[in-house]
Ligand binder design. Structure first.
Ligand code: SF4
Length: 488
């Protein structure tokens, strides 16, 4: 077994394997209903807006090419980005891992003498568990995205990249707001129903107080443009615009793979991302900033560029395509596995198909959950079909499965002994014929049954997740002899 590649943040350490988590999730029928409805709705919206674009495939190819160009020359694009941003008065910090990134952000927040910050939804800060690090230092980080607010108030974990509270229904959200909002700010109205408009209004009023008094905001970024030093955030609710413009200090935590070479390249991604993520032609709010602007918006602008395992992914010629990901979540919405089990089973902030390939590459395959992730797929290929930057997720899953198998090669497990026995049998046609003939006896004894029930240990772990067919009553060779190859 390999050693952990990165210092893993504490939340997901020791989680059981994906199958165990998935089994629990499957038993939650309300969650399955919520997921089915939500994923199918977004999926249909995406399909209809993508169909409107005749050059969609060309856009995907261009998106993949731009990202590959960035990955091939990441060092120089990052330095160019730093230079441009510094010229415009911003400060760029570099962080090797989650610990270093959290320390940098914490020092910056402390320097402002505040005990609270407002946050724009950001996968990078979730990945490094920044909120937990700030909380441990006595600094409250208020999430301002509606779905993230639901997760934070509900003491829950996100289960979708774009719609983190996708597993929650309206009645549950109402209950969370009623119970929790008053503990950390303006309470939800007592007569609030679960109508979306009333829930959104309660969140709006609750958050407004926080926006107006915040001195520091923390964001991520969807894109970082190297030739201008511009950061770009796309969002739907306007909360991001409030965070990015009202406070005096803005700290953005950005994965090093978010760089695009030029301003023109942004045009491709502004077409690919909204259509793939929310199924909209254009997202309602796009905020761009290039350092501080005098008298307008935050005057102290910091950018923390994080590696946290990305350069290791970059070093793998096949695996590096994972870093093209623009976190649109289209692959989650079409995945038959995600649709049934939801996001918590993936043991990471990155659920679904992209999580199944990104997490084991970032964290390594030393833990039970990380070894099981590459198997959390039927390899149907739907994720590749919708991915706006053409990441070949099925190929990566197979590669990671090979890696997991190789790491266990030589272990004296039941599976490896079974495989050795199978190899011995398949190596000789006479042995195989005898084994097939013997299995037909089982088929005859079981009469009309088509499937075996649960098998005893050690085969039970295999049969618990699939139907084991009853062996045929005659082998192919026997059938051939009896029918003359189907002529009789
Ligand atoms: S892998 Fe592709 S489809 Fe999935 S989130 Fe990333 S960009 Fe979107």
């Amino acid at each position: 077994m390999s050693a952990p590649l990165a210092k893993t943040t504490p939340t997901f350490v020791g989680m059981p394997k994906f199958p165990a988590m998935a089994k629990d999730a499957l038993a939650n029928t309300q969650q399955r209903r919520n997921l089915l409805h939500a994923t199918h709705t977004i999926r249909a919206k995406r399909a209809s807006v993508v169909e409107e674009v005749p050059q969609w495939e060309a856009l995907r190819l261009n998106g993949a090419d731009v990202k590959d160009e960035v990955l091939a020359n990441l060092d120089s694009y990052l330095l160019q980005f730093e230079e441009k941003l510094t010229e415009r008065g911003a400060t760029v910090h570099w962080a090797r891992d989650a610990e270093e990134a959290n320390r940098i952000v914490l020092d910056l927040v402390r320097a402002e003498g505040v005990d609270e910050v407002v946050k724009v939804k950001s996968m990078a800060t979730q990945e490094i568990e920044l909120n937990e690090a700030l909380e441990a230092a006595g600094i409250h980080a208020w999430e301002t995205d509606l779905a993230e607010l639901i997760i934070q108030l509900g003491h829950d974990r996100p289960s979708h990249i774009l719609v983190p509270a996708i597993h929650r229904g309206r009645a549950e959200i109402r209950q969370i707001f009623r119970q929790e909002m008053g503990k950390v700010g303006r309470p939800a109205p007592e007569d609030m129903t679960d109508a979306p408009r009333e829930l959104a209004e309660a969140a709006r009023l609750h958050l407004r107080e926080k926006f107006l008094r915040a001195k520091v905001a923390i964001s991520g970024a969807n894109f970082a443009i190297a030739d201008t030093g511009t950061l770009v955030v796309l969002e739907s609710e306007g909360n991001g615009r409030m965070c990015l413009t009202l406070p005096e200090t803005l700290i953005s935590v950005v994965g090093i793979e978010k760089v695009l070479p030029t301003w023109e390249d942004l045009g491709t991604f502004m077409q690919l991302l909204p259509r793939s993520s929310t199924g909209e032609r254009m997202n309602p709010y796009t905020t761009m900033w290039t350092g501080p602007a005098e008298g307008d918006g935050p005057q102290n602008v910091h950018v923390v560029l994080i590696d946290n395992g990305r350069t290791r992914v970059l070093a793998d010629e096949v695996g590096r395509q994972t870093l093209r990901c623009i976190r649109c979540s289209a692959c989650l919405n079409v995945c038959p596995v995600y649709e049934r089990v939801g996001g918590h089973a993936y043991g990471s902030v990155y659920p679904g198909p992209i999580g199944a390939v990104l997490t084991p590459q970032l964290r390594g395959t030393s833990s039970a959950i990380d070894q099981s992730l590459p198997y959390a797929s039927s390899l149907c290929g739907a994720c590749f079909e919708v991915c706006p930057v053409r990441i070949d997720i099925p190929r990566l899953l197979v590669k990671l499965r090979t890696q997991v198998v190789d790491e266990h090669r030589g272990h004296n497990s039941v599976e490896s002994r079974t495989m050795q026995a199978a190899a011995w049998m398949f190596a000789d046609s006479r042995r195989l014929a005898k084994a097939q003939k013997a299995s037909t006896l089982g088929g005859k004894l079981l009469g009309r049954r088509t499937a075996l029930g649960a098998l005893p240990w050690p085969a039970s772990s295999w049969s618990s997740a699939r139907d084991v067919p009853v062996p045929p009553k005659e082998t192919f060779r026997q059938w051939w002899d009896r029918t003359g190859g189907g002529q009789a």
